[in-house]
Write a protein that binds this ligand. Structure first.
Ligand code: GDP
Length: 364
């Protein structure tokens, strides 16, 4: 149904004598224009709507701490379920309170061990923690990948820790988009800190980290020198450097190089100067200091206005991601229709060129 509203007119849902619903427009008390018949009255602002009862119940169960409800909502997001839109509509207003930390670094740097330790420190500070382990190379999800098995054991009896792995299984959109939305669900569930850990430092992993307010780059002497760090684009995304396996003698050399590199960045009195910390995740050495450094960064984000700026950028990307996902789906079906097939035949007969064909499709 198309509803045309002329300036100065207002629209309201109405019912005909035979019980059909329609929208009517009026100016003053008299009826002026009636639109077509609508099966269900749509809200004119288009932004809000009823959340189906079963989704609303899942969300309220999740809010009251029921793990199963949380896991089911995450699966809906991860699998791009048909309820996705309703889930997001239901949780969005409840999100926006959590701190999101991203942990990246080359495989074997000790990220999983570090995340586990960070979770312990956060629990001591009374925070509820969610851990999302993202591995783009893994087809598995919802189960245990990376170092999760070990972590699970340590935290199983703790209601304040939730762990979830994300792989590439069963999705249309990119992994980074799904991860962002999983983080929103965890945020709405009331976790204070969400730790997003990537398996490596490839492009997908770095994209995933765009959602984090604070990014911790974990390096070890074996991961190469600071030139490698620059090349991998880690300098641009790092808010804190952790040189792990500080028990190794070469650790100090890497620390020095990183400090020099950070010093070469442009900065003034309002800039965040990336701290470089030495850690030994296995023995829990330096992890408390790392937690403090991250907390300082979080405080700086608020004070400097960068939190809002990051939030704006994040939301813009989120909406663009949704549009891209929709467009991709529409485009994928462009030649599946009868007119699409006909267009293809025309192209084959050289009756139309590809640009004009694209014009035809984008007009549909
Ligand atoms: P990830 O692949 O980055 O998640 O790395 P893991 O957390 O799985 O750690 C890889 C290996 O390094 C494991 O055997 C850890 O026990 C070990 N490890 C982690 N931190 C340290 C550390 O500070 N010193 C040493 N020597 N080994 C560590």
């Amino acid at each position: 149904m198309f509803l045309r509203i002329v300036r100065g007119f207002s629209a309201f849902p109405a019912k005909s004598r035979s019980g059909e619903r329609f929208y009517a427009a009026r100016r003053g008390p008299s009826l002026w224009y009636t639109g077509g018949v609508a099966k269900t009255p749509r809200k004119l602002d288009g932004a809000k709507g009823e959340i189906p009862e079963r989704i609303a119940r899942l969300i309220s169960d999740m809010r009251s701490g029921k793990r199963l409800a949380l896991a089911r909502l995450i699966s809906k997001v991860e699998n791009r379920d048909e309820d996705l839109h309703e889930v997001m509509r239901g949780i969005y207003a409840l999100s926006g309170k959590a701190e999101v930390w991203g942990i990246t670094g080359p495989p074997g740097a000790g990220k999983s061990t570090m995340v586990d330790r960070l979770a312990v420190h956060l629990r001591e500070r009374g925070k509820r923690v969610a851990i999302v382990a993202v591995d783009p190379s893994s087809p598995f999800s919802g189960g245990a990948i990376l170092g999760d098995r070990i972590r699970m054991q340590r935290h199983t009896s703790d209601d304040g820790v939730f762990i979830r792995s994300l792989g590439t299984r069963g999705k249309h959109g990119g992994l980074s988009h799904a991860t962002k939305e999983v983080v929103l669900v965890l945020d709405a569930a009331g976790f204070d800190v969400i730790l997003v850990e990537t398996a490596g430092v490839g492009q997908t992993e770095l994209d995933v980290l765009k959602l984090a307010q604070t990014v911790i780059v974990t390096l070890v002497p074996e991961s190469g020198d600071s030139i490698q760090v620059m090349k991998a684009g880690l300098m641009e995304i790092a808010d804190v450097f952790a040189v792990n396996k500080a028990d190794r003698p070469e650790a100090d050399k890497l620390v020095k190089e990183l400090v020099t590199m950070v010093g070469m960045n442009d900065h003034d009195e309002n800039s965040w100067i990336i701290p470089v910390l030495k850690t030994e995740a296995v023995r829990d050495v330096g992890v408390k200091e790392l937690t403090d450094a991250i907390a300082s960064h979080q405080a700086w984000l608020t004070k400097s206005g960068h939190r809002e700026e990051k939030g704006r950028r994040f939301l813009k990307e989120e909406v663009l991601d949704i549009l891209a996902e929709r467009l991709e789906r529409t485009l994928a079906g462009a030649f599946e229709t009868r007119s699409g097939q006909e267009l293809l035949e025309q192209l084959l007969r050289r009756e139309i060129d590809p640009y004009s064909a694209a014009d035809v499709i984008s007009r549909v």
